[in-house]
Ligand binder design. Structure first.
Ligand code: FAD
Length: 466
């Protein structure tokens, strides 16, 4: 059932008059290399100071964890009342793990329809238990809720655009975080350059991360996702009451999928690609054509686009600075899912800093590597690699996509997929059924011609049907 549209943004926790620990500066700092094995020595005179750049799910969750652990935390967000372009689908386990009230959820999807290039459809959902669903929410609602909770835990929210980071010259040197705060004088257009001195920095500033650039974390490849928010007439909206659609096909994306996701009072219709970015508008026109009469008569209320990382960055921890969420590159390639992983990595990184500080009064690069990076990779590395593989097998050609939809109709596949998606753990299967599934997968691929084309390709004949 649809929830009413709540306006959490009206009570934005970003207010002026916060006790900002900033000093005005006019110098442009040049990042300098970080010395090896940086250590902050505990001081009973003051708590550890942390700056979190970016107030999306990653940054807000990191800031909350830090503040709850007694760290002096600053959360810098450039657009507190903005809304991240996003489908807004989250796994069910996120509601309980992050204690999200059900009032945040716009829709509870119980049918996920996957539509093949030839318009065959498979409905996921038959295997769902009565309480199970995919929660859909608007990012402006989720993000402002999470930021408010971080503020309630004690984080200081600083509206402002992070511009650069001056790296420390010694173990006991602070990082200098430069940002432009909103103009303090009414009517003034230019913002106020400000600087914050902190001991640790978390970069949660998304796919175009400036923190990543400041610490020379290296580049990653990105896909582009394009989305239109469309308000449908009542009959159209009621069709999507509990239904979300995924469309696969070379027409809508050569390497990803397109979607129609229901929201509070509109649907998000979009597509993504990494290999055909200049074609994104043509691909968007194709998903509108595929959805056709179902979205007819709709009014486009917003058009948005944003990059989606495809891989983790070469370096996610440099000195006492760590990257989380999209800035780190935690989006699954197969599904483009990143909200849960952003929040989870933010919290994990915040907790790592808190536990190092509490246990030894010291936070080092080694702490961040073992307590955050290693734990993260142990828990999710395998899942990301597996989903990468699925993307390559099933999204590479229209034949692979037909096979995917054929498999999606399989009840065992549905149970295993939903189990893994909703609860973020690799579902434990039954080996006999797994064997059967492997056999059926090969059968579907063969039927769809993938293997035949692969053989042709290897023989040098070359044939791509999509
Ligand atoms: C069109 C689209 C659809 C998607 N659909 C889904 C979906 O349905 N489900 C899902 O799980 N994932 C989806 N994703 C992926 C998901 O949006 C991201 O993985 C997720 O938002 C990552 O969260 P984050 O906090 O790391 O980064 P972001 O959400 O990008 O947050 C970064 C924050 O940092 C702020 N910021 C950036 N630069 C600065 C700066 N210089 N100074 C201060 N602040 C700054 C930004 O304003 C923003 O608030 C989608 C992505 C796109 C583009």
């Amino acid at each position: 059932m649809a929830a009413s549209c709540h306006h959490y943004l009206l009570s934005s926790p970003f207010t002026s008059g916060l006790p900002l620990k900033t000093t005005r500066t006019t110098t442009t700092a040049r990042p300098r290399p970080f010395p090896k094995a940086p250590i902050i020595i505990a001081s009973s005179a003051r708590p550890l100071r942390a700056a979190v750049v970016g107030g999306g799910p990653a940054g807000a969750s990191a800031a909350e964890a830090l503040a709850l652990g007694g760290i002096e935390t600053y959360l810098i967000e450039r657009a507190p009342s903005g809304s991240k372009p996003c489908g807004g689908a989250i796994p069910l386990c996120m509601l309980s793990e992050f204690d999200l009230p059900s009032s945040l959820v716009d829709r509870r999807v119980t049918r996920m329809r996957v539509v093949s290039p030839s318009n065959r459809a498979a409905d996921f959902g038959r295997s769902l238990r009565p309480h199970e669903h995919i929660p859909m929410l608007r990012r402006e609602v989720l993000d402002s809720f999470l930021r408010r909770r971080a503020a309630d835990a004690g984080a200081r929210l600083l509206p402002g655009l992070f511009t650069s980071l001056r790296l420390p010259l010694s173990d006991s040197d602070p990082y200098l975080v430069h940002y432009i705060a909103p103009p303090s004088t009414r009517g003034s257009l230019a913002g106020d350059p400000s600087t914050l001195a902190v001991d640790v920095v978390i970069g949660a500033d998304g796919a175009n991360s400036r923190v990543a650039r400041s610490i020379s974390a290296g580049e990653y490849t990105t896909a582009i996702a394009f989305q239109e928010r469309i308000r449908l007439p009542p009959a159209g909206m009621s069709r999507y009451e509990d239904l979300a659609e995924m469309y696969v096909g070379a027409d809508v994306s050569p390497d990803f999928y397109a979607w129609v996701f229901p929201k509070c009072d509109h649907v998000a219709v979009g597509t993504g690609t990494s290999t055909a970015k200049p074609e994104i508008k043509r691909l968007q026109a194709a998903i509108r054509a595929r959805a056709g009469p179902k979205i007819a008569g709709g009014e486009v209320i917003r058009v948005e686009a944003h990059p989606i990382p495809e891989h983790p960055r070469p370096r996610r921890v440099v000195g006492r600075a760590a990257l989380v969420g999209d800035a780190a590159g935690y989006v699954t390639r197969c599904s483009g899912e990143g909200i849960y992983f952003a929040a989870k990595s933010g919290r994990m990184c915040g907790d790592a800093i808190v536990s190092a500080w509490k246990e030894r009064g010291v936070v080092t690069e080694a702490d961040l590597r073992t307590e955050y990076l290693r734990k993260w990779d142990d828990e999710y590395g395998g899942m990301f690699r597996f989903l990468d593989l699925l993307q390559q097998v099933f999204y590479g050609s229209n034949a692979g996509r037909e096979a995917l939809v054929e498999l999606c109709a399989d009840e065992y596949v549905q149970r295993m997929t939903f189990e893994s998606y909703l609860y973020k753990r690799m579902a434990r299967g039954d080996w006999r059924k797994d064997l059967g599934l492997a056999w059926r997968t090969i059968g579907s691929l063969v039927r769809a011609g993938v293997m035949g084309w692969e053989v042709d390709r290897l023989r040098g004949i070359g044939a791509d049907a999509s």
